[in-house]
Design a protein. Structure first.
Length: 633
């Protein structure tokens, strides 16, 4: 018993031990695959490529499906099926060197491309990357752009050859990426920047406002020819001059603050000092703008810039830290705008009313140099409001409330303008216009006016009602008269119609009788023509029958002659045939028997047999005639 155990013990017997280990490993591997299968899924918006590490082949996995991926045998790469955007020279990509132009300048670009991966062509590639943008797109795009930019100078890149560079780079990128199974959908260069000694300067157009910081103490106000401090809202567009870009040019880091801003301030100060404030605001404004544009273009050109545009906007007066706009202003007094306000207006009958006024005025630029010293900070409330209150109180007190809001409204407005304009002129203000708006009346007066208006409206309504009735009576009379005239005209028309009908009938009969006679004659002629036609037809038929009979007789004669000739020819042919048959039979007597056999039936086979010795019929042998003769004997 111990020997049997020793022999079949699984861990002591060599063969059994190996089988047990293999079985255990198989069971363990099966349990591992059942509990944790090596299956990876691909999202709906992606596709996968399962790469065999040994053979290098790739299998396409559709989106939304799963695939077995063995850890040591396979590697799964997932790629998006939608369009992807890639910025090869983004700011967060550290370690990239700037591009070099043909004249040795370093350039940074802002570029973006849009691409889509072709699953079928990508599966044919070897050594698929895990990061498509980092491992493939970045080196290819960088290599192609470096090669394209190295063919052109910086001036060409910024001016006439920029579109050619863009098209050539797009074509080169499309060709290089298509070989890797990547379709280039769009490519765009958004910006260029000059890179020199660790500093970058954008090469695109910039916008700059020279007096944007006028509210602070960093910018001194401009002085006009008459010594007034002004603030001007200006804007300019400039860029680096591509023709003057060199590596030896010493450019500061802050181009706008250290070069453009001082140059612009110097030119603006000199330009404004040649004109008075009145000239700047009125007739010399365009000339000032043209002068500044020319001087800025020349000055910036000397500093390595090009001016693309300059615009002079609003010009305001600056005095003792206060800013006065030179444009038109609108002042609306609120103290007298309604009956319930602080200071309502009084009419000639002592009624308190409210009037909405709009006073449009501006600073007088001709006398501004003398009057600016007396201008307060709040011109509306400290200068315009007292003048307006004094004028409108005095003017409106000479008119009644009814005249103000109805018949004399324009007169009141013109009188206010005539009285207020000289007063404002003394303080350096120009009155443009006065607009009289809504008029607010007291509630009791408004109710009384409503009743008066209602009574007047009723009177007006009654007056128009009476006029309407009179017109209705007149309309009825006119309608009756029109009906009478219409009937008379209808009777006259009916009588004239009957007369005309009788005359027409008489005239018609005059023409109808000859026509009837012509019809009778026509019928007679038609009957005679019909009779002659029938006679001619009968004669033609008879003549035709005669001709037909003669033809038929001649035809029958011809047929009889032909039949006789045929019978004669048949007889001659039959005689000739009999003569030949007789000669043939005389020469070959046995032909009689052959002919007989042929005519017996079409199914009888012809058998050539020797003739009988007695010279009898050759068919007797076949029919058994000789046997019958022997029997008889």
């Amino acid at each position: 018993m111990s020997e049997i155990r020793e022999r079949f013990h699984p861990f002591k017997a060599g063969a059994n031990r190996r089988k047990t280990l293999v079985l255990a490993l198989a069971l363990g591997l099966g349990w591992m695959l059942w509990s944790h299968p090596p299956v990876e899924s691909v999202a709906e918006e992606q596709f996968g490529l399962r790469v065999n590490r040994i053979t290098g082949g790739a299998r396409l996995i559709e989106g939304g499906s799963e695939a077995w991926v063995w850890p040591l045998l396979h590697q799964l790469h997932a790629y998006s099926t939608a369009d992807q955007t890639f910025a090869p020279f983004a700011a967060d990509r550290i370690g990239l060197d700037p591009l070099q132009s043909a004249d040795g300048l370093s350039v940074w670009i802002e570029a973006s491309l849009q691409y889509r991966v072709d699953p079928t062509r990508l599966a044919e590639q070897a050594d698929l990357p895990s990061d498509l943008q980092k491992d493939w797109l970045q080196p290819i795009v960088e290599q192609q752009l470096r090669a394209e930019f190295a063919r052109y100078t910086m001036a060409e890149l910024l001016t006439d050859k920029r579109q050619a560079v863009f098209q050539s780079a797009s074509a080169a990128l499309q060709s290089a990426l298509s070989q890797r199974g990547i379709e280039l959908r769009a490519f765009q260069i958004d910006g260029l920047a000059l890179h020199h000694q660790g500093t970058q300067w954008t090469l695109h157009e910039r916008a700059y406002k020279p007096m944007a910081d006028a509210d602070s103490h960093a910018f001194a106000p401009l002085l006009s020819k008459d010594g007034l401090s002004v603030y001007a809202d200006m804007s300019m567009r400039y860029a680096l001059d591509a023709e003057q870009l060199t590596l030896t040019q010493q450019m500061p880091r802050d181009l706008q603050g250290q070069v453009v801003d001082p140059q612009a301030r110097d030119i603006l100060g000199k330009a404004f000092a040649r004109y008075t404030l009145h000239e700047i605001y009125n007739d010399k404004r365009q000339q000032l703008q043209d002068d500044i544009r020319k001087e800025l273009a020349s000055g910036l050109k000397a500093k390595g810039f090009v001016l693309n545009g300059f615009l002079l906007g609003d010009v305001s007066l600056l005095h003792l830290g206060m800013q006065f706009s030179l444009h038109d202003r609108i002042f609306r007094p609120q103290r007298s705008a309604s009956v319930s306000a602080d200071a309502p207006l009084q009419t000639s009958e002592g009624l308190s009313i409210g009037v909405e006024l709009a006073i449009r005025y501006a600073l007088d630029t001709e006398t501004l140099a003398e009057t600016v010293l007396n201008l307060p900070a709040d011109v509306d409330n400290q200068r315009v409001a007292p003048l307006v209150d004094g004028v409108i109180y005095r003017v409106l007190s000479s008119y009644s409330a009814r005249e103000i809001f109805s018949s004399k409204r324009s007169d009141v407005q013109q009188e206010i303008v005539k009285t207020l304009a000289p007063l404002m002129q003394r303080d350096g203000l120009v009155l443009r216009s006065v607009t009289l708006g809504n008029i607010d009346l007291p509630r009791d007066y408004k109710a009384g006016m409503d009743r008066v208006l209602q009574t007047e409206l009723q009177n007006e309504q009654m007056k128009y009602t009476l006029q309407l009735k009179e017109k209705e009576v007149r309309q009825s009379e006119l309608q009756a008269e029109a009906e009478k005239v219409r009937r008379e005209k209808q009777a006259e028309a009916a009588a004239r119609e009957q007369v005309i009908a009788a005359k027409a009938q008489e005239e018609a009969m005059r023409h109808v009788l000859p026509f009837k006679q012509q019809q009778v004659e026509q019928k007679k002629l038609e009957a005679e023509a019909d009779r002659l036609s029938r006679i001619k037809t009968a004669e033609g038929v008879a003549e035709a029958r005669k001709i037909e009979a003669a033809g038929e007789a001649e035809s029958r004669q011809k047929l009889a002659d032909a039949e006789a000739y045929r019978m004669e020819r048949l007889g001659k042919v039959a005689s000739a045939q009999l003569e030949r048959d007789g000669a043939l039979i005389d020469r070959y007597p046995l032909m009689i028997q052959k002919t007989l056999a042929d005519k017996l039936s079409d199914k009888v086979q012809v058998i050539i047999a020797p003739p009988p010795a007695d010279g009898g019929f050759i068919g007797n042998t076949l029919l058994g005639a000789n046997d019958e003769k022997r029997g008889r004997r």
